[in-house]
Design a protein. Structure first.
Length: 316
């Protein structure tokens, strides 16, 4: 009998092994599937800007920078321009942040508290360097301007809701304020003496076909520290972060400077405006937050040293 028992032992081992495998397979079938440690796909960013009638956004450098930042962010996005009777993005974002959720504007502490500023000054802080559109027959009068006090004898034409308007008034420079589309017609009609624009904007403002009597003033360069930021709706942290990261990447890989070197509104200005030959006048900007003063110190570029910017200086 003892011998016969041992004869059954291998068969019992095999049967036990089969039963164990079958039970294990049943348990495994009930286990949830194994998931990989991948991040969920981020939702598509919905990006909305204002566009006034007759304004071609593709000719505006800030719109080009917005698209560049979005592309460099790596996020999927849908960018749409919303037509409005006049460009008042601050008011529109207040009343309907779901319709308009990003705009670009010269900053102030009030804006930085109301909205989310993307704290990278657009265009290397060059927005604070200003030239003037004037009537050609007044060039001789501007040739006599040697100081800020001399400039105070002339009336600046500026946008009604521009931060520049507050800066000029804080420095006791007379201002005639109106909506943007009215400013050049007002200059041509003599309702102001000069239309102040940044060195990055003035070439695109000049329209000698429509206003042959208007030209760029030839002798002066005005400076005040100013940052132009992208501002987003206060509850849209995702868009804020995408723009910040996209701008940082564009600066790091050179595509930011390449855009300035090739965009129609900026590609020729450093060789046509003769910045180093102009009299530099400086005024204060009392409307800067400490955070903005810090980022200006980091990012601002002297336009008279623009040849040091790779991709721009080498272009000329």
């Amino acid at each position: 009998m003892r011998t016969k028992s041992f004869q059954w032992l291998p068969l019992l081992v095999v049967i036990s092994a089969i039963l164990w495998i079958m039970c294990s397979a049943g348990v495994m079938a009930k286990l949830p599937p194994v998931t990989t440690n991948t991040l969920p796909q981020q939702p598509t960013l919905q990006v909305r800007v204002t566009q006034a009638q007759g304004v071609d956004l593709d000719k505006i450098i800030y719109f080009a920078l917005l698209k560049l930042a979005l592309e460099k962010s790596g996020r999927s996005y849908v960018l749409k321009a919303i037509y409005v009777p006049e460009i008042r993005p601050v008011m529109r974002m207040h009343t309907n942040p779901d319709l308009i959720n990003v705009f670009w504007k010269g900053t102030s502490p009030a804006f930085e508290q109301e909205f989310l500023p993307v704290r990278i000054p657009l265009l290397h802080g060059l927005l604070g360097y200003r030239l003037f559109l004037i009537r050609k027959d007044s060039q001789a009068q501007f040739d006599q301007v040697k100081t800020v006090a001399d400039l105070a004898h002339f009336r600046a034409l500026l946008g009604r809701d521009w931060i520049d308007t507050e800066i000029y008034r804080a420095n006791h420079l007379p201002v005639v304020a109106s909506f943007y589309p009215n400013l050049i017609p007002m200059l041509a009609a003599g309702r102001g003496d000069y239309f102040s624009r940044s060195i990055l904007e003035i070439n695109q403002e000049l329209n000698t076909d429509q206003y042959p009597e208007i030209s760029i003033e030839q002798s002066l360069l005005l400076y005040y520290p100013l940052a132009m930021y992208f501002f987003v709706a206060p509850d849209n942290q995702a868009l804020h972060d995408a723009l910040y990261q996209g701008l940082e990447k564009a600066i790091a890989d050179g595509s930011y400077n390449n855009l300035l070197a090739t965009h129609p509104s900026t590609r020729d200005l450093f060789k046509t405006l003769h910045l180093s030959e102009r009299r530099l006048l400086m005024i204060e900007n009392p409307l800067l937050s400490e955070e903005t003063r810090a980022v200006l110190a980091k990012y601002v570029i002297n336009p008279q040293d623009i040849s040091s910017l790779p991709g721009i200086g080498n272009n000329h």
